[in-house]
Design a protein around this ligand. Sequence first.
Ligand SMILES: Nc1ncnc2c1ncn2[C@@H]1O[C@H](COP(=O)(O)OP(=O)(O)O)[C@@H](O)[C@H]1O
Ligand SMILES: [Mg+2]
Length: 235
Amino acid sequence: MSPVLELSGVSAGYGGAAVLEGVSLALRPGERVAVLGRNGAGKTTLVHAVFNLGPQVAGSVRVMGREVAGWPTHRIARLGIALVPQGRGGFPDLTVAENLRLATLSGRSGTWTLDRVFTLFPRLAERRATLSSALSGGERQMLAIGRALLTQAPVLVLDEPSEGLAPPIAEEVIVTTLGRLEAEGKTVLIVEQNLPLALRLCERAILLAGGRIVFDGASATLQARREMLTEHLGV
Ligand SMILES: Nc1ncnc2c1ncn2[C@@H]1O[C@H](COP(=O)(O)OP(=O)(O)O)[C@@H](O)[C@H]1O
Ligand SMILES: [Mg+2]
């Protein structure tokens, strides 16, 4: 099957300073891939290069086989790729239900409905009339994931969904989400600092260091490379 997301020789940075150099990777449909790397390694820059959200990008970025370099973000997303941004996004002055309803306006048909999101995350159903600014961190993350699901995109990119969450809540949100996504055959690229969780839930891992990919392969293989994990993740 051809890749749903493919980067070839991608360099990216800000104001002439390179953050990523010569990054190449391909995601096949249905894969769950963790992106790992220290703070500042360029994980968000990689994600933002895909969605054209700020960094200067050179090289080829293909989404669903289309070369998207220079496209506006909403056009890239419309090809069928959704972002759960680091820091979560959404409209703070709208309620949970309003935020979710807005996300259904992508025009893409699919199986995700508000009711299904509320079944996946019962906490959100209880909070449906609450302003999103009043949600807890975990609830806000559920809302961001719900919004991405409601776009019906077959490819989801999650940037540090567990950041700032208490470990049991992070685990619950991520295990619930990735379990559901796996059952639906969605393709997932997830930036995740919780190494054991990432390696357990994703069959493949990509490790970024020094602006390059230093490992791309089976999570089990990376798990066995203790020296590599120590050198590049400090664990
Ligand atoms: N908008 C920006 N402008 C300038 N430099 C940035 C910007 N965003 C990130 N950087 C720099 O790029 C590097 C990588 O950042 P980032 O991609 O956010 O890393 P990560 O997500 O892996 O923590 C860091 O040195 C950071 O300071
Ligand atoms: Mg980041």
